[in-house]
Design a protein around this ligand. Structure first.
Ligand code: S3P
Length: 180
């Protein structure tokens, strides 16, 4: 790994990108960047308000511009990308050209457990359609994950985060990167 190297963490909400990313950046002594946090700062509101008040296209445009800006500097850093960012072919091309992309894979059940009390994931707030809220949310995660899996799997490396602590995930990432 060169000091200018960038590592992009991708995967569904709740898969551990932020906790793993912070720890990985600390270990590698490089900055940590969370694109969702920067988008919230740039637009001056929480993600759920951006989706509600400005609409998803504004969120995606801001996300795309930010990714292009990050890719344009040669600073080494760990970047946690929002769960939908790697679905865009343009974003995939940009990040794959400037760094290593790591897919943090996590099971539907664990994603559900981690996100069930969280109200800032607008794409997971679904109508319950006669189902329990639990079942409606599990169905929504299952459906989105199966649509997105194909692109997540285009990452350079896949690491399972189910049943693992961020420290275990980080040591596996570092081990795998040393072998490359
Ligand atoms: C999104 C995931 C969120 C955030 C936004 C959209 C998605 O990021 O970017 O709510 O499309 O899956 P996290 O993956 O950090 O939750």
């Amino acid at each position: 790994m060169t000091p200018k190297h960038k590592i992009f963490l991708i995967g569904f909400s709740g898969s551990g990108k932020t906790s793993t990313g912070k720890l990985l950046a600390r270990k590698l002594k490089i900055p940590f960047v969370d694109t969702d946090q920067i988008i919230e700062k740039t637009l001056g509101m929480a993600t759920s308000d951006i989706f509600d008040r400005l609409g998803e296209p504004v969120f995606r445009r801001t996300e795309r511009d930010l990714i292009a800006e990050l890719a344009g500097n040669d600073e080494g850093c760990v970047v946690s990308l929002g769960g939908g960012a790697f679905q865009s072919a343009a974003n995939r091309k940009i990040v794959s050209a400037v760094g290593t992309v790591i897919y943090l894979r996590c099971s539907v059940q664990i994603i559900y457990q981690r996100l069930k009390d969280n109200s800032d994931r607008p794409l997971l707030l679904t109508e319950s359609r006669g189902l329990t809220l639990r079942q409606a949310m599990i169905d929504q995660i299952t459906c989105m994950l199966s649509q997105r899996k194909r692109n997540y799997e285009k990452a350079d490396m896949t690491i399972s985060t189910s049943q693992r602590t961020p420290a275990q995930v980080v040591s596996e990432i570092i081990g795998q990167m040393r072998k490359r």
